[in-house]
Design a protein around this ligand. Structure first.
Ligand code: ADP
Length: 763
């Protein structure tokens, strides 16, 4: 005998070949559904107890339904939504209480159909056609599902799942096995309903002649109320409908949208409370009445005020701040409301998101924020169609609803991390969202009506500009925010982070003071990042401990944070940048790397030993870097004479090149000159000064090509005490971005040919 868990349902009936969705918020059902979800075929027995008191072993009828859990999802209000498919009627041979749950032993019911049943099949079909033709809210949905139905039992099950009859009456359709008896019940129920409808239509016709439109609406509504009472439906829906109707009348949206909401509301109103569609329509209505269709905030026009808010929240970042002021100025001058689509690009923690939020604040706009990192499905942007189970609007509409206005600042994070697959290309959907030619009519698949996004100020953020999908990049005004130097971080900490965190921890400068050296230690040895997020977190941790100490130990009221007390609070130092010792070694040369943590030096090492001329590569080397190494070696071989290197060295030795961890594979090409110099140092047995670093791609003919991330690399080199840096001539223009305090400590040598480096170091 087969045995399965029992799901008890008290307010709706599931028939074979019928799917329903149910929402739960009680733990008992949730846990039970979790168990079913874990078993192989997700089967369970669904039972409607005989009466609606407390369920005991005697509450169970003789028959139930074998059902399969098709979908389970947690919805935001703490409920669990499940979709169950009814499979078969089953005879419950015994029910046992198994700990917390009921379990049923059961047997599938086999229904043999007689000749009589066959003739009832066609009689019932005719009644159904007649019924559908006369009952307006029945629609043609049911007709569409008739295909493939051959037995009377299936036909009865289908029809009854659509009929607006009460729960109690519906239950008997489960426990009555003989399909002929069920068909008779059905014809009675349909006839009764038809009489109702006819009566309704008659009243309507008469009423129409006498009443004007508003009275008519009132009258009809009253009538629906009466009919619902007659059908035993609760008042909840009715008050709900009233509430929505009131809200709609106040809604600031176009007539077309109002019309649509009203139509859906009428549908909602007319649906039986058992209808599986009810929840879906209610949810849709909820979205429609809560979207800010026409609710604008007024932008601040005071440029000085905007600038002061931006300055007070963020250090430097002049380019972005200027761009915002320009936008406002042009807007005031021309009344052109179209917003630029800014894209802030830079490593993590440099203030992209928080600056965008400050922009919203300074303009007096609301803010919305979504992240599109990792999404691969365009429905995430434009929503699912409503027919899809568990459908929802896309993230754009969700963001707009959260913001609550039609013109928020809308932050789209991680625009460089979307992926493309069979579910579609989210980037192209996003393109529609951002395109000013189209986005005043943005159409979300779920909402179905156009939403005007043209007044939204979109601000995207990304880590790497190269990874932003090309078609999007074209539309964006890219503003690069690069890593901060230590000195910039020190300033940010002093002027922004420390005051902000002090405030948040209820501390005052009378209680805590920082030495600059201590902040520097935090920056150098407790964080490793391009931005200041970790630094902010460290400062917060420190303050937390201080607050605790002040409260526990009332006699120390003032904390002076020096370099030496940091370790006491935060534990041992965590990071050390590449220590650049003063020992000059043969075959070790400093390259320059650019990682998500900012810049650093990257010493490349090489040795040689007796062998057959093989090249061995180890360490953090991507394909590109391996290629660079081969190019370097071949370039040296080809020009051995100019470098004064004996070609025998190449043939009788193996060469081993090692690149320590820390470099990203992307750095590959820019290590070219460093590889070359390391090898020459090795072959010539001449050490290169440790205070020298270099970066640049090398070609087989020895030309030195430009590289990216110069600012970060130079900042990293400066931190490692480098005094002389070789950079490609092509990058000379980038020196403008490098802070003066760094430039004054470093000698820059521009090179076009590798020979320039050789002459400088070895000649
Ligand atoms: P991102 O979006 O670039 O990853 P966030 O905007 O989340 O970075 O910034 C992390 C934290 O660093 C925020 O608390 C922010 O206030 C602070 N921050 C970053 N840059 C600056 C800056 N230039 N001035 C002041 N605070 C900053």
């Amino acid at each position: 005998m087969k045995k399965l868990l029992v799901l008890i349902i008290n307010d709706m009936v599931i028939f074979p070949n019928n799917e329903v969705r149910i929402e739960y918020d009680n733990n008992y059902d949730k846990q039970m559904v979790d168990i079913v979800d874990q078993i192989d075929d997700n089967l369970m027995i669904i039972v409607n107890p005989i009466d609606d008191g407390e369920v005991t072993l005697t509450s169970f009828p003789k028959y139930g339904i074998l059902g399969r859990l098709k979908l389970k999802m947690n919805v935001p209000n703490g409920k669990t939504r499940i979709v169950i498919e009814g499979l078969d009627r089953v005879l419950l041979s015994s029910i046992v209480e198994d700990g917390y749950y009921f379990k049923a032993e059961y047997q599938e019911v086999v229904i043999e159909e007689s000749e009589e049943a066959k003739s009832y099949f066609s009689i019932l079909m005719k009644s159904l056609e007649n019924y559908v033709a006369k009952v307006p809210y029945m629609g043609n949905a049911i007709m569409g599902q008739l295909n493939g139905i051959e037995s009377l039992s299936e036909l009865c099950d289908l029809i009854v799942s659509f009929l607006p009859i009460q729960y109690e009456a519906k239950k008997r359709y489960i426990t009555t096995i003989d399909p002929v008896v069920r068909a008779k019940y059905l014809m009675e129920d349909m006839n009764r309903d038809l009489k109702f409808v006819e009566l309704e239509q008659r009243i309507e016709n008469e009423v129409e002649k006498e009443l004007d439109a508003s009275q008519k609406e009132y009258f009809l509504r009253e009538k629906i109320k009466l009919m619902q009472q007659e059908l035993g439906e609760g008042n909840n829906k009715e008050t709900d409908v009233e509430r929505i109707r009131k809200k709609v009348s106040k809604l600031k949206c176009s007539a077309k949208i109002k019309e649509k909401i009203k139509r859906e509301l009428d549908r909602y109103d007319s649906l039986n409370s058992n209808s599986p569609e009810l929840g879906m329509i209610r949810e849709y209505l909820d979205w429609m009445i809560n979207l800010p269709w026409n609710h604008y905030t007024k932008d601040t026009n005071d440029l000085v005020k905007v600038k002061s808010i931006l300055d007070s929240s963020h250090y430097a970042l002049e380019e972005v701040k200027d761009r915002i002021l320009e936008y406002l100025a042009v807007k005031q001058n021309t009344n052109n409301l179209r917003s630029p689509i800014l894209c802030l690009v830079g490593p993590p923690g440099v203030g992209k998101t928080s600056l965008a939020l400050s922009i919203a604040k300074s303009l007096n706009r609301k803010a919305a924020k979504i992240s599109v990192g990792g999404i691969n499905d365009e429905a995430e942007i434009v929503g699912h169609r409503r027919t899809y189970i568990g459908a929802n609007p896309g993230r754009i509409i969700q963001g707009i609803r959260k913001a609550g206005t039609t013109n928020p600042v809308f932050i789209i994070d991680e625009i460089d991390k979307m992926t493309k697959d069979i579910k579609g290309d989210p980037a192209s959907s996003l393109l529609e969202v951002l395109d000013p030619e189209q986005n005043n009519k943005f159409s979300d698949h779920y909402i179905e009506e156009d939403f005007d996004l043209s007044q939204v100020m979109f601000i995207a953020t990304a880590n790497y500009v190269e990874q932003i999908p090309y078609e999007l990049r074209d539309r964006l005004e890219i503003i690069t925010i690069s890593s901060y130097t230590e000195y910039e971080k020190l300033d940010i900490a002093k002027k922004h982070l420390i005051p902000k965190e002090m405030d948040e921890h209820g501390l005052t400068p009378l209680q805590v003071q920082f030495d600059d050296d201590a902040i520097m230690t935090l920056i150098r040895n407790y964080t490793k990042e391009a931005g200041v997020r970790e630094l902010e977190r460290m400062i917060a941790t420190l303050f937390r401990k201080i607050v605790k100490n002040i409260l526990l130990n009332q006699d120390v009221m003032f904390y002076h944070i020096t370099d030496s007390v940091i370790e006491e609070f935060l534990g041992k130092k965590k990071y050390y940048f590449m220590e650049n010792d003063d020992v000059h070694e043969i075959g070790v040369v400093n390259g320059m790397a650019y990682t998500v943590f900012g810049g650093d030096i990257l010493p490349i090492e090489a040795t040689l030993f007796k062998g057959k001329g093989d090249l061995i590569l180890t360490g953090s080397l991507g394909d590109v870097m391996q290629e660079s190494c081969h190019i370097a070696l071949d370039y040296i071989k080809a020009n051995g004479d100019s470098f004064g290197i004996d070609s025998e060295l190449f043939e009788k030795n193996d060469i081993h090149v090692h690149v320590p961890e820390g470099a990203v594979n992307k750095d590959g090409p820019s290590a070219g000159v460093t590889m070359t110099t390391t090898l020459i140092s090795l072959f010539k047995k001449v050490a290169v000064d440790k205070s020298v670093a270099m970066t640049g791609e090398i070609t087989l003919r020895g030309r030195v090509l430009g590289i990216g991330g110069l600012k970060e690399k130079v900042i990293g080199a400066h931190r490692a005490n480098i005094k002389k840096v070789f950079i490609p001539r092509e990058n000379e223009k980038d020196l403008d971005d490098i802070p003066e305090e760094i430039k004054k400590d470093i000698q820059f040598v521009m090179v076009e040919q590798y020979m320039d480096i050789y002459q400088n170091l070895f000649a």
